[in-house]
Design a protein around this ligand. Structure first.
Ligand code: NAD
Ligand code: TDX
Length: 339
């Protein structure tokens, strides 16, 4: 089995490459990544010498490059993680989100069609469903919840999903889509809430919480996400969408306070800042389909997962300090300076 993992130098794609390289020594895993600001080959160090792993640098939106690569490699499976993934950046500069997330996905779909890929899996997000009200804890996202996006990021991901389903219906391409809730765990880029709070709390810096911190996210450990995608690739039904989430809803303030408690840092570091425009109120996944059809169950709950994650960031300071001290250094001032 030859598997192309796009975006494998990012957070979730990197964890997925680790998972696949170790679990399936008989598969060939090719990691295709452009190495944008979010891509980091340090993440692949633990597997880079494995005989079933290769890295190729390239852009999923570069049609000529992708067609050449697919003609040469004849992949059986494509798993598309490559994306611009940060909502705040999509508010600053939506254009690149359309190029990578929509056009890039469509180029991969064309190449998959042309060169007989047996399964195209699109890694999507619960953000395509928009948000749920804070005062209706009985409501959850199901696979048939209408698409209702809020940000340029989620709009680009929803557009990509529509193209994936259109290629299935119109051309018979064997596709699956997964829509996962917020991930956390090792190797997450420090622009996202949990690693941002962790890295700043360790330096006794102010912790920016948007609005009142009452927005709710449904947190899933990245290892549980990777296992779910593995199951969908091997046992999921073509043309189907699977929601992935483990019922671990927390307000942002609860998340920040939990991290401070684990690190033994004071809550006085918390600083409430101007809210994100269009900020989604609550995400919550109903995972009944993947649990019932594929027997998936998460192995972490938030309390065990966050402790493991904090420990990972403490044990792997080089990984994130290199990022914070590098090109990323001006990002915080630019995004948070006037809030
Ligand atoms: P990330 O930003 O950490 O990584 C994205 C990777 O894609 C990087 O390695 C980057 O270099 C690469 N990339 C970007 N543009 C590219 C291009 N044009 N060609 C090739 N490679 C390119 O993202 P992540 O958090 O790991 O998210 C991975 C996927 O999972 C995304 O599709 C995202 O929408 C989805 N997702 C993320 C979450 C989450 O909580 N992080 C939740 C649900 C779904
Ligand atoms: O500094 C911050 N302060 C803050 O209060 C940051 C960066 C975030 N927040 C809030 C905004 C959100 O309510 O924390 C919550 C989580 O924010 P992010 O980490 O930016 O994630 P989110 O916007 O929820 O989107 C994430 O989950 C779905 C991923 O980034 C997406 O790629 C994924 O699709």
């Amino acid at each position: 089995m030859k598997v192309c993992v796009t975006g494998g130098a990012g957070f979730i794609g990197g964890n997925f490459v680790h998972h696949m390289v170790r679990k399936y020594p008989e598969y060939e895993i090719l990691n295709l990544d452009l190495l944008t600001y979010a891509g980091n080959l340090e993440t692949l160090k633990p597997v880079e010498k494995e005989p079933n792993y290769r890295f190729v640098r390239g852009d999923i939106a570069d049609r000529d490059f992708i067609m050449d690569l697919f003609a040469r490699e004849r992949f059986d499976i494509v798993v598309n993680f490559a994306a611009e993934s940060h909502v705040d950046r999509s508010i600053e500069d939506p254009g690149v989100f359309v190029r990578t997330n929509v056009l890039g996905t469509q180029v991969l779909l064309d190449a998959s069609r042309e060169y007989g890929v047996k399964r195209f899996h699109q890694v999507s997000t619960d953000e395509v469903y928009g948000d749920l009200p804070l005062d209706r804890p009985d409501l959850f996202f199901r696979e048939d919840t209408p698409l209702h996006t809020s940000s340029p990021y989620s709009s680009s991901k929803a557009s990509a999903d529509l193209f994936v389903m259109a290629y299935h219906r119109t051309f018979g391409l064997p596709v699956t889509i997964s829509r996962c809730s917020n991930n956390y765990g090792p190797y997450q880029f420090p622009e996202k809430l949990i690693p941002l709070i962790l890295s700043r709390a360790l330096a006794d810096e102010k912790l920016p919480v948007y609005g009142k911190g009452e927005n709710v996210r449904d947190w899933l450990h990245v290892a549980d996400h990777c296992e779910a995608i593995d199951l969908i690739l091997h046992r999921g039904r073509e043309g189907e969408i699977y929601n992935i989430g483990g019922h671990n809803e927390r307000t942002n303030l609860e998340v920040v306070k939990t991290i401070l408690k684990v690190l033994d840092k004071p809550e006085s570091l918390i600083s409430f800042v101007t809210d994100r425009p269009g900020h989604d109120l609550r995400y919550a996944i109903d995972p009944a389909k993947i649990e019932g059809e594929l027997g998936w169950k998460p192995t972490y709950n938030f309390d065990t997962g966050i402790r493991q994650t904090v420990q990972w960031y403490l044990d792997n300071r080089d990984w994130w300090e290199n990022i914070i001290n590098g090109e990323y250094a001006g990002y915080y001032e630019k995004m948070y300076g006037n809030r």
